[in-house]
Design a protein around this ligand. Structure first.
Ligand SMILES: Nc1nc2c(c(=O)[nH]1)N[C@H]1C(S)=C(S)[C@@H](COP(=O)(O)OP(=O)(O)OC[C@H]3O[C@@H](n4cnc5c(=O)[nH]c(N)nc54)[C@H](O)[C@@H]3O)O[C@H]1N2
Ligand SMILES: Nc1nc2c(c(=O)[nH]1)N[C@H]1C(S)=C(S)[C@@H](COP(=O)(O)OP(=O)(O)OC[C@H]3O[C@@H](n4cnc5c(=O)[nH]c(N)nc54)[C@H](O)[C@@H]3O)O[C@H]1N2
Ligand SMILES: [Mo]
Length: 764
């Protein structure tokens, strides 16, 4: 029934480059998704998994945070969701003999693909200081070793507790409670590398760092602008919502350096015209922007909106909304009057007529949604760029009315919920006060480290312990060389994981791996079968029930691991019924109801069909929780990313065959790449201008003010329709090139989408 894990690692030796696709999903998408599920998991387990995905009594797909429609289809999953499930729910497990056979040095030679394909982790393992091997250890012994280390530190601030966005609300709440009771706010998370810029920009302008739309708004919009996002690969079910919006008359504009397949045409496998017909054209206008040009584009559109209003007063702006709810219009008007159009054209690489067209579309539409993802957040000016989105929306009252709003599309399936539950190194005082009132201890008030500062602290020797609730920190983080060296300086690293990855091979002096249940699996505790809850991109909270038999009886749930760790570390330091948490997750939810705003009666409301939607001031009542009580129009100084002659600006992105650092396979079907990942996409004219040809092998050097030579060797150049001067390569490999200190102003997010590079011919 199950295939063997691959013994031989993969290479790029047989790489094939064909042409990129003009459309996404459709029948091949579904066939691609069924195949691995059925061959690897066995027909029964595979079908059971896929059919309960995203159903109301099933589990929430862990592949992205796209929301579920009110009415579910029988197949409420996409190709990449199916890959995520297959990868987790495989019946293959890592045998005990594996740990003696493979040293850490050996594991460090392997690719993420190979590591992930070894099967599920099923026993806790421990690597003593000085040893090159993990060895099996009992659960109580594992907790004892970690507790001894944590309790031996000079200060709780010498430990950091990372979270990846797959953790459930229950696990996240228990985790932050444990960490704060232990005595630190060192709660870095994947969000620091992801939508942090969104949180800052929206928090400061509209008072909440979350989407102001609900699922149904998409079908009510007149215009949807998709910026810096590749939904065909990363949020495939969004294509169905876009198709429905188009059916209802919406126009769609895509702003992206790459003509991504899902932005062009969608063949919906659940519709006849998607199977045998042409499918649905998605983008009515495609703006092939230069990397980092969005802030200029948005300012230019806002300026045109203001100019149109000046030409025909009272016809363009939503003046009553601006008067009643907003602040800063005169300043914005003055600021944009001085906008340098030449700089706009240089920064965007667009023609003025294209920008005029977008402005006209915006002015003609009554209800506009703007969505975005990593193409905007992982930029030096990410925070300001998102503030410009808010400016543009506010000018015509496009926040807090049906069919309109600002919609950051989240990545990890519960990254938004984790924040709601308190996973943040700088939770506001109100949350900490509520925690104090509920549990009777005084939580630390000083801000903790985020991901970037966490690496700095490890590098400098002041961070001694790194514990990860999921994720693959050293691979996901920028500046691989520095991040890995930093991790090896710690005294102990601990990973709570489902599967093997690079962060298990690059460790502190002592290291542990604690294997955990995945979301697909039945979670049986003393009070019976448990469900967990998650929050999607549009603030809807709903339950997730595991459906499959756990791959091993020896696994503990994340909640159980946290509860037992907390007991081992804290003993009776705080009055928390940790054992009760583990036995019955309702008890955690009772506390969530008392501590987290908007979660009143959590246990009751989570059991309502489809869950419930968290309150959202801008969306619900045009209330803005800013210091002025108004939505803030902001003025942001335009900066144009200067690329020195002979250099390119490189973005790092996802292929169609990966989930972040998890590599499912080596194909990127939509971009025409097969059996390889070590490629640099580059404009044909740049190839020629730099003296290369398609297919040449190069070394990619990144250039940054710190003059460290960061290099990726032996990458294949692929001529691709990216704007002049712009290149692309796959994350996480390309993290080698992203300098630790290259971060977004204000959010400290690594600038993963704009790395200055120089290409040199690879040595033979
Ligand atoms: N299958 C799958 N699904 C996923 C993930 C996955 O790895 N695989 N990851 C999940 C996570 S954690 C996240 S955060 C999301 C990520 O979802 P995305 O943000 O879609 O992910 P990226 O691949 O980083 O794609 C960034 C897009 O931005 C564009 N871009 C780059 N620079 C710029 C720019 O300067 N301006 C503009 N306008 N566009 C730009 C790129 O061409 C690309 O299309 O997906 C989530 N879903
Ligand atoms: N250069 C560059 N760097 C980036 C990005 C980029 O676009 N470019 N994107 C950034 C973004 S948006 C993000 S979100 C981060 C992602 O950073 P992370 O969230 O740290 O990375 P993932 O690859 O999602 O983590 C995968 C691992 O999580 C574990 N895992 C999977 N399921 C579970 C589970 O249910 N429970 C537990 N405990 N563990 C589980 C598995 O062991 C798996 O190997 O990377 C960031 N880094
Ligand atoms: Mo993300």
């Amino acid at each position: 029934m199950s295939s063997e894990p691959p013994i031989k690692d993969v290479t790029d030796d047989d790489i094939e480059v064909t042409h990129s696709k003009a459309w996404a999903a459709g029948v091949p998408g579904v066939l691609h998704s069924m195949d691995p599920a059925l061959t690897q998991m066995g027909a029964l387990r595979g079908m059971r998994a896929l059919l309960s995905m995203n159903q109301k009594d099933g589990f929430d797909c862990m592949s992205c945070a796209w929301p579920d429609p009110g009415t579910r289809k029988a197949f409420e999953f996409c190709e990449n969701g199916a890959k995520a499930v297959t990868w987790e729910a495989t019946p293959i497990t890592i045998p005990t003999s594996f740990w003696a056979e493979h040293s850490l040095a050996d594991l460090r030679e392997k690719s993420e693909y190979w590591l992930g394909m070894q099967g599920r982790l099923v026993e806790p393992v421990y690597k003593p200081a000085g040893s090159e091997h993990y060895q099996p250890v009992s659960w109580p012994e594992a907790f004892r070793v970690i507790a001894a280390q944590l309790n031996g530190l000079d200060s709780p601030d010498q430990a950091a507790f990372y979270t990846s966005g797959r953790a459930s609300n229950e696990a996240a709440f228990a985790y932050q409670l444990f960490v704060r009771a232990y005595g630190t706010n060192n709660l870095p998370d994947c969000s620091n590398m992801c939508h942090e810029s969104t949180g800052w920009a929206m928090g400061q302008t509209v008072g909440i760092g979350k989407s102001t739309v609900s699922y149904d708004d998409f079908a009510k919009a007149d215009l949807i602008i998709i910026m810096g996002q590749n939904p065909g690969t990363n949020h495939p079910r969004m294509l169905t919502a876009l198709e429905e919006a188009k059916d209802a008359g919406a126009r769609i504009v895509a702003v992206n350096p790459l003509p991504e397949a899902g932005l062009r045409r969608y063949k919906n496998p659940q519709r006849v015209r998607g199977i045998i017909g042409h499918g649905t054209d998605i983008a009515d206008q495609f703006l092939q922007i230069r990397i980092g040009g969005d802030m200029a584009l948005l300012q230019a559109v806002s300026k045109r909106v203001l100019d149109a209003e000046a030409a025909a007063p009272g016809t363009v702006l939503d003046q009553s909304f601006l008067d009643e709810h907003c602040q800063g219009l005169p300043e914005l008007r003055q600021h944009l009057a001085a906008l340098d159009e030449r700089m706009v054209l240089a920064a965007t690489g667009l023609r003025a007529a294209q920008i005029d067209e977008l402005a006209q579309r915006y002015i003609n539409a009554d209800r506009v949604i703007i969505t975005w993802a990593m193409g905007l957040t992982q930029q030096k000016k990410g925070v300001e760029t998102i503030k410009e989105i808010i400016n543009l929306l506010l000018l015509r009252g496009n926040i807090g009315k049906p069919g309109a709003g600002a919609s950051p599309i989240r990545g990890h399936s519960n990254v938004q919920g984790d924040r709601t539950m308190g996973i943040w190194e700088q939770m506001p005082p109100a949350f900490l006060d509520a925690l104090q009132a509920e549990f009777g201890f005084d939580p630390p008030r000083e801000h903790g480290v985020d991901s970037v500062d966490g690496v700095r602290a490890m590098r400098d020797g002041s961070m001694k312990v790194w514990l990860g609730l999921g994720g693959n920190f050293v691979a996901a983080m920028s500046d691989t060389g520095i991040a890995e060296a930093a991790m090896t300086r710690t005294e102990m690293s601990v990973q709570i994981s489902t599967k093997l990855n690079r962060s298990h091979a690059v460790t502190g002096a002592e290291a542990l791996i604690l294997p955990t249940l995945g979301r697909t699996e039945i979670d049986h505790q003393a009070s019976g079968e448990q469900f967990v809850s998650v929050e999607d991109s549009v603030c809807a909270v709903h339950p997730s029930w595991g459906k499959l038999k756990p791959v091993s009886p020896n696994l503990l749930s994340e909640v159980a691991i946290i509860a037992r760790l907390a007991q081992a570390v804290l003993k009776n330091k705080v009055a928390v019924d940790w054992a009760g948490f583990e036995a019955d997750y309702d008890r955690i939810r009772d506390h969530i109801a008392n501590v987290v705003g908007g979660c009143e009666n959590y246990n009751e409301r989570i059991r309502q069909e489809g869950g419930f939607v968290l309150p959202n001031g801008p969306r619900d009542s045009r209330t803005f929780n800013t210091p002025t009580g108004k939505a803030m129009l902001t003025t942001n100084t335009l900066e144009h990313l200067e690329v020195p002659p002979g250099r390119l600006v490189l973005q790092t992105l996802r292929s169609h065959d990966q989930f972040n650092t998890t590599i499912y396979g080596l194909d990127d079907r939509y971009r025409g790449i097969k059996k390889g990942r070590h490629v640099v996409f580059i404009n044909k004219k740049d190839l020629i201008a730099l003296g290369f040809s398609d297919g040449d092998l190069v070394d990619v050097h990144s250039e940054f003010s710190d003059n460290v030579d960061r290099v990726l060797r032996g990458y294949r150049l692929v001529a691709y329709p990216t704007p002049r001067g712009c290149a692309a390569a796959y994350y996480p490999e390309a993290n080698v090139l992203v300098p630790l200190d290259s971060v977004a102003d204000g959010s400290n997010t690594p600038v993963s989408k704009a790395v200055i590079i120089r290409l040199e011919r690879a040595a033979a």
